[in-house]
Design a protein around this ligand. Sequence first.
Ligand code: SF4
Length: 848
Amino acid sequence: MTHYTYQDILHHINMPSQYLGTEINAVKKDPDKVKLRIALAFPDLYEIGMSHFGMQILYSTLNRQTDIAAERVFCPSIDMHQKLREKKVPLLSLESATPLKSFDIIGFSLLYELNYTNILTILELSQMPFLAEERGELYPLIIAGGPCVCNPEPVAKIFDAMVFGDGEEVCLQMAQKFMECKKDGIPEKSEILKQWSAIEGVYIPSFFSDNIIKIENSEIIVPAPLHENYKIITKALVKDLNKAHFPENPVVPFGKPVHDRLRMEIGRGCTRGCRFCQAGMIYRPVRERHSDTIFDLLQKCICSTGYEDISLMSLSTGDYSGIQNLLENLMSNYQKEHIAVSFPSLRAGTLTSSLMEQIKRVRKTGFTIAPEAGSQRLRNVINKNITEDQIVETIHDAIKAGWKAIKLYFMIGLPTETEYDIIETINFIKNIRKIKGLEKSNFKINAGFTTFIPKPHTPFQWAGQAPLEYSKEVISRIKKELTSKSIQVKWQQPETSRIEGLFARGDRKLANLLVHAFENGCRLDGWSDHFNYVKWIKSTENSNIDINFYTTREKCMDEPLAWDHMNSRIHKRFFMEEWCKAIKEKTIIDCREGYCHQCGVCDFKNIQPMLNKTEIRLEQNNIIEDKEEKQPQKIVVVYSKMGQGKYFGHLELVNIFLRAMRRTGIPIQFSKGFHPMPKISFEDPLPLGMESEEERFFISVDQSVDHKDMARQLASTLPEGIAVKECQVVDKAFKDENPNLVSYFIELEDDYFSDTILENYLKCETFNLVKTGKKGKTRILNLKNIIEDIKILDQKKLLLITTGEPGKKLRPSEIIKNIFGLSETSIHKARIVKLSVRKGENVQAIGY
Ligand code: SF4
């Protein structure tokens, strides 16, 4: 098998660290020592995929098994995609750089319909046919899970199997079946699929035929079962979250993921019954994790990751039973360590002033409310049971607690929306400015608008989506009306909502459209800077798809739906009743408090809402804040950044070190004030791609820290390429004795250093070059005043020693480019290592 690597590619790529696979807690297993290899594929960029908690659960669940190796792969960024094609390198897994074709199973997470073209990107770069029926026995089994599987049909033809519902138990059952089949030699795919079809929640698309049904002047494909005892796929459900596996060692991503914090799922499911919310329906019933379990898990996760932020996740975090007790205890425990706790978004009404007081104890995290609709009438239609008074009161409390900005989310085009509702929304936002204390303040309101998309398995699954023109008109009107400087209006392009809506309620016919769109160049459609509506429209025309038939048309309740064979455990009758109540503007109450609306999910024997009944009681000495002022000491940390370490940007490196310190329990000192920051300062940051034998940073830690221990501890918990050489206590006012020299070893890959050119340079009295600053200002620098020594070691290797004096610093790449007239490509490919050669040292003795 050819051994591929990304080595020749990464120095051309933005954010190269995302392709290294050497993050803290990444699991690397010897492929020869496992029975099953699974690639977990996320069809979006690393920064999104690594923020997805579900992938961390599956990764950890599978890797706990000694005979299974789960690795990760993400949709590459556009620059990486181009390079992979150009160099004919297949997409590789992060952990072992294995081409995806060599895995037994590839499992995709489907969270968002606009990620679907990225599935094809991953398959194409892995040289695999798109459709399951075109992949023979030699290809891996390709499976999918995630919320989009509740209507799997638009992508069903791509996958061999799909998992509907909670995946953590099902993935293990599937893995087990696979390994059992493999015991007797390489199993036929059909045999494995047959075995998998017996697992609750597993959908095998090829076990259903394309049943074409005429509707109005068009037709849809409704899957028809081919096997008598395999007609309905019932959602898999983890009944008790407390017994489910939780990743105690989540992978800590490099770079800047969207959610760069420890994510703690405190509950799954929601009892509110918002009629537009697919997640609120398909994750029923509510299952809360015990607060003492949460507390224990967080302790372990903080130790294993070193995160400085915790996010308490659930569909409605403020509804969690005992949230006040949980938060109080978390804050008391983590305040002294400067670890912040945040919520993704909260319902007005649940965000009480006492909760806000807790949240702001460490850092004020974002503050978001989602009224969804601006009029009470429309909020009744969607069953969003909050009043304008509750929203106003919440904002009022937030202002009192010191928040300076708020985010509000609204939808436009909700069922039954009229002119009245639009005016109410505009007035609602304008009126926030009139809240007491806000009139003259610089409080900012960010109002976000998206077009409502009717989703399967909700009471609005029959509703018509607002036409594109309508959404555009409403957004333009809102923009015109809300012109105050303190109000910022943001919106999602209605065109993206149109394509998302198409795939959300689409059928198997859309597979053809998807391939057309991909071939037309549609990529990373969830990113507004990549989404290309014109290409999508062209593709729908080429594949004969009428978007309006799938989106704006209101469906009859007796019309067969493409997802009727997917049983979310909620009765269709319940959705129908809720749809009728919505039209009549009738609300229903939360089922949390025991009032069951008999949606069908709970049997009240094995499945029922599970609320947290425990309270955390911290030991008194844990709760008491550490009032005693700790004496600081300043430590200089000397480290090297070699090999893969050169791919870490400066900010990444700061994070890597700070988190390493938290993992080892080294108590860092923080600045005082409103936003306490760790007292850490780095010497001149290295440019991305440059190696260095010796770099330094200074950090203030408690006096109790033994610097030798610190070096040893840090060395044990850093990613490949970063190594701590020593830690020394220095005086507060420490200054380097010999800061004026910086030495570099420069090695060219496919060019050489000319002795004649160097001799010419050495003969010159002055060698000026013009340097342009960030603001376009130019200045002339004489290299003769900057270069202390320059020697060609052999034709491809050069040693350069420069002064490090302020105002005389130049990048080594700039210097050699100007002296030797090297091309950008040669410069780009050059290996540049910063060395620790000092004045008077013999340069030949440095080992390069
Ligand atoms: S069956 Fe009743 S209690 Fe269970 S989720 Fe549905 S409405 Fe709530």
